[in-house]
Design a protein around this ligand. Sequence first.
Ligand code: LXE
Length: 628
Amino acid sequence: TTVTVSATASHAIPSTLWGMMFEDISHSGDGGLYAELIQNRAFQQVAPDTAAALDPWVPLGDSQISVVADSVPLSSALPNSLALTVPAASATEIGFANPGYFGIGLVKGTAYSASLNYRVAAGAISKQASLTISLLDQNNKTLAAFTTPLRASGKWTEVTASLVPSHTPPSNNNSFAVTVTNARGAESQVNFALLSLFPPTFKGRANGMRPDIAETLAANKPAFWRFPGGNNLEGQTVATRWQWNNTVGPLKDRPGRVGDWGYVNTDGLGLLEYLHWCEDLDMEPYMAVWDGYTLGGTNITGAALDPYIAQAIDQINFVIGDPATSAPAALRASLGHPEPFTLHYVEIGNEDFFDDETVANRWNTIVTNLSATFPQLTFMATSLSSGPVLTPTPKVYDVHVYSSPTFFATNSFLYDSVERNGTHYFEGEYAAISTNDSNLFGTPAEGRLLFPTVASAVGEAAFMTGFERNADIVFSASYAPLLGSVNDSQWTPNLVGFDASNVYKSTSYYVQNLFANNKGDEYLPSTLPSNSSTATLLWSVTRSTANKEVIIKISNNAATTEEMKFVLPFKDVSSTGSATVLTGPATASNTPDAPDAIVPVTSRIKTGTTFEYTAPAVSFSVLVVSAH
Ligand SMILES: [NH3+][C@H]1C[C@H](O)[C@@H](O)[C@@H]1CO
C-alpha cells in the first residue's frame, strides 16, 4: 500500500480531541480513584440493625457490633453509627475492623491519615479506658497503632492519627481496626461514625485522589473530564439521581446516595473534588446536569422540570457563578475557590435516546432556560442526531458506541459522510467490548471481553484514525468505562484496572496513551484507506507544527503483515524516525497475572521523503519523523 501525504493541512486537530469519561462504576470512584480506603465509612444509605448495614465491618473476637440509627447522630446527613457494646468486665481487647475495598494497600514508612468520631452512648466508661486505632496485616499483626484515652462523654469526640506502618505487609489483606481496652466497670456502649483512612493523595489534595491511579490517568494528557455520568448521573428514581449540592461541603454533611451501579456512593468524591481534579490535570470539565429522566423510566416534562432546572442553574453557578450574586458561587468561594472554574460544555442528561417520547420537551424546556441564563455555554444533547428533532438545535451531540473489534476496524469512516452543517460531535463513550456482534453485552462465555485485547485495542485505533480525519466535526472522544476494580466490576472491559495496591494498564489504555501523546495539531490528508466492510488497514497522518514532525498512525487489523510505502511532501525529511508499536496475539490482554504482557515498544526506523514500513500483524504503530 502506498500512502501519499499532502503538504496542506485540511483542518486542525483540536486540543480537546482526547479526554476521559468518568462515572462511579465498578468502584472507579469509591474504592478506586477517590483515595478513601475504608469501605462503608459512614453507614450511609443503609438500613440500621441489619447485617448488610455493617458490611464489610467485622467484630474482633466475640465483640458485639451493630449499625444503629443514632439518637444523637453525628449530623443530619449521617444518621447511622456503629454501636460497640463494651461488656462490664472486659479484660480483653474488644473492637471491630474494616478490610477496605477488597484489601488495603499499605507501604512501610508511608503516613496514613486516620480519623473517626465516637461518643459514649450508654453506661459509664472507666477512667482507665483507652481507644486504639491500628493497621493490622493478614495475620492480625500490628503494623501501626495509635492509642488515646477514651473520653466518657455523650458528646461526639473526633480522633485523628497519622499511622506509619513499621514494614510493608506481605499482601493487601490488611485491615483498619478500632479497639477499646481497660473499660472495666458497668457495661457500656460506644458509638462510632465517619471512620476514615487516607493514604497521601495526588498533589497532596485534601480528600483527594489515589496517586498511582491518578498518575496513570494523567499520563494520557486528558483534555477533558466528563462527569458525573453516564448512568450514574440518572438515578433509578428521581430521589436517587445525582445531586450536586449533596456532594459538596464537609464530609459529615454529605448523605451519599444509592448509586446506579449497585453500591452506595459516599459522594466524598463530589463536585468540588472533580473540579480540583480538572485543574490538577489541566482538563476542562464536561459536566452533566440531570434532565428529568431516570433509569427506572420516570420522566419529568414541562413546568414540572422547574425545580430541577433551578438545581441545574445552582450546579452551574457553583462552577462559574459570581460569589457576589449567587449563593452557590459564594459557597464555592467559602470552600476556597472564589474564582470561577473553567466550563464551556454542559451535557443535558445521559443517553436520552432511551426516551424518544419526552426528550424533545425536556431538552427544549431545560436548554431554553439554561441558555438564557448562561449564553456563554454550549449544551450537549445525548439523544440521537438522527432524531427526534430538538429545539433549540443542538450544537453538539454526545455519541456512544459499544461494539466488536471488527466493527471498529471497519467503521472508521462513519463521520466522513456526516453533513457539515455546524453540528459538532463528542464521541463520549466507545469501546470494543465483545467478539460477538449478535450479543455484545453478554457474558465472557458469550464473547464479552474481561479485559481489552490486542485485537480490540487495534480496532479502536482504527476507529480513532477516523476521529482525526474528521476532527473538523469530532472535537472530543473518550473510551468508556475508564476505570474498574478487578475485584468487583459491573462492566468489562475497562480502560484501566486496579486492586488495592496495583494499577493495570490495558492494551486499549496504551492506544489511548499513544494517540494523546502523539496528537499533532493539524491533519494532513493522505491517500484514503479502503472503506470496505472488510478493510483491515487504516491510517491517519497529522503534523506537529511546533516540533516540525509528521506523525503517522497505522492500525493493521489483519493477521498478516502489511508492507507500506509513505511518500512525504517535504524536502527536508530525517533519514531516521521512531516507530512505537503495540502488537501481540490478537486475543492477548494485560491482566493482574500478566500486567505487562502487551506494552508498546519503540525503535528507530529508516525514513526519508519516501520510506517503507512493515506494519506487523494485528498492530497499532505510531511513526514520528522530523520533516518540513
Ligand atoms: N451503558 C453504558 C452507557 C452509560 O452512559 C454508561 O453509564 C454505561 C457504561 O459505560
